[in-house]
Design a protein around this ligand. Structure first.
Ligand code: NAD
Ligand code: DAU
Length: 353
């Protein structure tokens, strides 16, 4: 049995759905359903007796303690976070609350529970903390990709809050012996991504013929990974990773933002030859740059490849085509996320959040 935090968000939902599809474990999903969490992401599990959704905050130690006692998970997989860099620049507070203090409270609840287990259960237990490449800062054009020993140099409030959470997890392993692992991953894309992030934002704007806002000169580089590949890597780290270790995960797919947007536009041009918005690339508009915008991220994935045999399966082109298709085939999901209908649904079923 696994306790998954943030399992109603983008990567968490992909992870929970994939894990349930292969019957990897019974899963309890704990999620506060912020604007980024959406129960529709887990709709396919509505009738799955091996999945339980619990509405709640990772900072609620009593709740987490009760879930640990009742369900006796073998692993806690920690996705829950505020995840959007732009939001962290406009309002950093929730990032400190959830990413730093939330992770701290979660760790405390887990530590208390774990210390009460039998010796063999303690050895078997895992705490998997999902983090980001942004903790390493920004690379110059000729720098080698980040590896696990690259010093931390987080630049945005989001990155700093994730770095703090990584350090807490590391300290709980070092001090208390909690069998924790940390993964740091590059930019994900794929189904269920909230359309505030580059790829879904551009797809949905281009379909409507709206301008495509590219920050600065559009030459910032990200290392893109299809979300299913990330989830597969996490499964392998959980099963075979060495406790106390960090594993970098990435797509080995460095692209400038302009390359990403142009590729998306070309896919849409081909799918919609009669669109009045063709060529979609003419919708590209350069806008004011993000404050403190990191120039380049790239991940060295040699460690996870060597130790666990993981490599990404999806190419950038095939992953992007799949992603565009998913957004086209799921207009109800898009509509619910954009209209805030799912927020109303939430209030109706759970009261105000
Ligand atoms: P997301 O914003 O889509 O989902 C976050 C989920 O956490 C939501 O369901 C939200 O409701 C939930 N949540 C937020 N605060 C909570 C709280 N206090 N208690 C319980 N639940 C809470 O994020 P994502 O893109 O799926 O990212 C998941 C994790 O992976 C994050 O930790 C993020 O830092 C990390 N990560 C993301 C990427 C990426 O490209 N998206 C890359 C590397 C690492
Ligand atoms: O690198 C991993 C990180 O990737 C994760 O830890 C974060 O949770 C995730 O949000 C993502 O952060 P980024 O800031 O890289 O992703 P975002 O999609 O917001 O932006 C990708 C790039 O595109 C970045 O250089 C900013 C640029 N951008 C973004 C938006 C939303 C634009 O040019 N225009 C836009 O409108």
């Amino acid at each position: 049995m696994w306790l998954v935090t943030g399992g109603a968000g983008f990567i968490g939902a992909n992870f929970v759905l994939a894990a349930r599809a292969r019957n990897a474990a019974r899963i309890v999903t704990l999620d506060r359903l912020t604007y980024a969490g959406n129960l529709k992401n887990l709709e396919a599990l509505a009738d799955d007796p091996q999945h339980l959704f619990v509405l709640g905050d990772i900072a609620d130690r009593d709740l987490v303690g009760r879930l640990l006692r009742e369900h006796q998970p073998r692993a806690v997989v920690h996705f829950a976070a505020e995840s959007h860099v732009d939001r962290s620049i406009h309002g950093p507070h929730p990032f400190m609350e959830t990413n730093v203090m939330g992770t701290f409270h979660l760790l405390e609840a887990v530590r208390q529970h774990w210390q009460g287990l039998s010796a063999s259960e303690r050895v078997e237990f895992r705490f998997l903390h999902i983090s980001t490449d942004e903790v390493y800062g920004s690379l110059g054009p000729k720098d080698p990709p980040f590896c696990e020993t690259t010093p931390y140099a987080p630049n945005s409030p989001y990155a700093a809050s994730k770095a703090a959470s990584d350090h807490l997890v590391r300290a709980y392993h070092h001090t208390y012996g909690l069998p924790a692992l940390v993964t740091n991953c590059s930019n994900n894309y794929g189904p269920f991504q909230f359309p505030e992030k580059l790829i879904p934002l551009m797809i949905l704007k281009a379909l409507k013929g709206e301008s495509l806002p590219v920050y600065g000169d559009g030459l910032n580089v990200r290392d893109w990974l299809y979300v299913a590949d990330h989830c597969e890597a996490l499964g392998q780290v959980l099963a075979q990773g060495r406790v106390g270790q960090t594993y970098n995960i990435g797509g080995s797919n460095e692209k400038t933002n302009l390359e990403v947007v142009h590729t998306l536009c070309a896919i849409l041009d081909e799918l919609f030859p009669d669109s009045p918005h063709r060529p979609h690339a003419r919708l590209i508009t350069y806008v004011k740059d993000r404050l403190g915008h990191d120039r380049r991220y790239a991940m060295n994935i040699e460690k996870i490849s060597r130790e666990l045999g993981w490599r990404p399966r999806e190419s950038f082109e095939s992953g992007l085509a799949k992603t565009v298709r998913w957004y086209l085939e799921n207009p109800a999901w898009v509509e619910s996320v954009q209209s805030g209908e799912y927020r109303e649904w939430l209030e109706l079923h759970y009261g105000s959040n």
